[in-house]
Design a protein around this ligand. Structure first.
Ligand code: FAD
Length: 495
């Protein structure tokens, strides 16, 4: 990029698009850069909408908000948000089966030997309970309880990690106020033309005739990906779902502090409880199911009356071959998309922003490193999502195809290692932890053949006591927690 960091004028950054990605980028850049050094413009079109379906997140979102100095209670009230302790998967292994990928530890490691080895031995001995009994997050989630901070009953208990469900449209509006207060200049209008010079973008031309020049452009135009261009690496052969029908319904049913993902014949349905409504959507493969059928399944599985008409979102799973090309960085849906099964899209925005800030000014070597890290991150998340599909016992043709599919080598190796000996390895920059992999592999029915030899060194009675104590401690802690509803009422701060 020809970005000038000259002393005469600030680096000019133009953000195209004002969805969650655009406003998260604008807010973070305005927080970390002095306007004397970096000027930030954002262009968005009111007539072109944004994607906002009622989003679920992972605990890292808290770090993003904290880095901006945002008050958590105020943010949650402004976005109609609720708490999230994990995701429940219903019917994924087989119809009627359920398990949870909860945040936080499962059991307790003993020295260097992870908990699953002790659990596996206890299974062999006949007294291990399902993993759910050793996860504080899952026990609290299933009891509809919530607590944050230091444990209530015993110091030995780890604090519960948590994330949020919220309305991404309201989050974008909240961040807009934040960013504009810090000097971000917003222009409303439709980008009609992208002016190129060689490999670089020079300016954006709006339908109004206005022309906006910059040194660096951030493409946050969503699936339209107006600026980034280049090749799209299509992963449809690995993740064939390519449509989602989304519809909110009136708040009703349980106000769960967890997301629910329910498997259907050719995809799955999300349920995301917010304060004012519940977000729902059916992600499916159009090769295996018609839109009408998918809509009927969705509408037949709501807690309450739908609010508004169902809306169809079409997508291809995959990523840009280069997320940073020339002087354009794609952040958000323009950079790629994975179905929202593990709530990773907003995290990917946050992570891209951090990477961008670290790797400025964006010389060719910086860009190459940015793209390497971006690829690694999304490929490993892709593997984790495929895992949920790959190990299944469901009867429908879609699920049979998923079972028989050739897996990426990296995923195959993880499954084989765990199946043989219960080991799970995680490379340094991978998002999902060993415990996340453990819960999904076991949840989908994979139990290792063996365990670490040290797990046999502990006498049987001590092992039973070890597992029993964890369960009792957690049950007592959950018993002291307020309900999710009460917790929110106590911690609401109106902006
Ligand atoms: P968009 O919201 O599409 O915003 C694009 C912006 O570009 C808009 O402001 C638009 O006006 C502007 N624009 C486009 N063209 C022009 C133009 N010509 N001129 C001017 N402006 C223009 N994420 C999660 O973390 N958790 C979830 O549970 C989750 N669920 C999802 C479910 C589905 C079905 C989908 C599709 C996404 C989901 N996401 C989820 C992703 C999340 O909603 C998006 O990542 C997030 O909202 C960011 O979108 P965006 O800002 O990249 O794009």
């Amino acid at each position: 990029m020809s970005a000038s960091t000259s002393e005469q004028r600030p680096l000019r950054i133009a953000i195209a698009g004002g969805g969650t990605a655009g406003w998260m980028t604008a807010a973070a850049l305005s927080r970390f850069f002095d306007p004397r050094h970096v000027s930030i413009a954002l262009i968005e079109s009111d007539e072109i909408g944004t994607v906002g379906v009622g989003e679920a997140t992972i605990p890292q979102i808290r770090l993003f908000n904290q880095s901006l100095g945002i008050d958590e209670d105020e943010f949650l009230a402004a976005t109609q948000g609720s708490y999230k302790l994990g995701i429940e998967f219903v019917g994924w292994r087989a119809p009627g089966h359920r398990y949870m990928h909860a945040f936080g530890p499962v059991g307790r490691d003993v020295g260097l030997v992870p908990f699953q080895h002790y659990w596996r031995r206890a299974l062999e001995l006949g007294f291990a309970k399902p993993l759910a009994h050793y996860s504080l997050n899952e026990m609290a989630a299933r009891a509809d309880r919530m607590h944050r901070g230091e444990p209530i009953t015993a110091r030995a208990i780890p604090p519960m990690p948590f994330a949020f469900h919220f309305d991404a449209g309201l989050y974008a509006a909240y961040l807009r106020r934040y960013a504009e207060a810090r000097g971000v200049v917003r222009t409303e209008g439709r980008i009609a033309d992208v002016e190129q010079q060689g490999d670089e973008v020079r300016a954006l031309r709006l339908a109004s005739g206005e022309r906006i020049e910059a040194d660096l452009f951030v493409d946050c135009t969503g699936f339209r990906a107006l600026l980034i261009g280049g090749e799209f690496e299509d992963w449809s052969h690995l993740l064939p779902c390519d449509r989602a029908i989304a519809v909110p319904c009136a708040a009703g049913g349980q106000f769960t502090p967890y997301t629910r993902a329910t498997a259907h014949a050719a995809g799955w349905q999300w349920r995301i409880p917010l304060r004012h409504r519940t977000g729902n959507g059916h992600v499916f493969s159009s090769r295996h199911m018609s839109e009408d059928e998918a809509t009927a399944i969705l509408l037949g599985n709501l807690d309450a009356e739908p609010v508004g008409e169902p809306r169809t979102l079409r997508f291809a799973t995959g990523k840009r071959r280069e997320a940073w090309a020339g002087n354009v960085v794609a952040i958000g849906l323009s950079s790629g998309f994975l179905e929202p099964l593990e709530s990773t899209s907003i995290f990917l925005i946050q992570s891209a922003i951090q990477r961008l800030i670290k790797l400025l000014p964006g010389r060719p070597a910086d860009r190459a490193e940015y793209n390497r890290q971006t690829d690694f991150e999304i490929e490993r998340i892709r593997d984790f999502i495929i895992l949920h599909y790959a190990l299944n016992e469901r009867p429908e043709p879609f699920w049979a195809e998923m079972r028989e599919m050739a897996l990426p080598e990296t995923l195959r190796a993880k499954i084989d290692l765990f199946a043989a000996s219960g080991h799970i390895t995680r490379e340094h920059e991978e998002l999902f932890t060993e415990v996340g992999w453990l819960q999904v592999m076991v949840g989908q029915g994979l139990v290792p053949d063996g365990h670490h030899p040290l797990a046999s060194a502990i006498p049987e009675r001590d092992l039973a006591e070890f597992l029993g104590t964890i369960e009792q401690l957690y049950a007592r802690e959950v018993g002291q927690m307020p309900s999710h509803t009460d917790f929110i009422a106590r911690h609401t701060k109106v902006p």
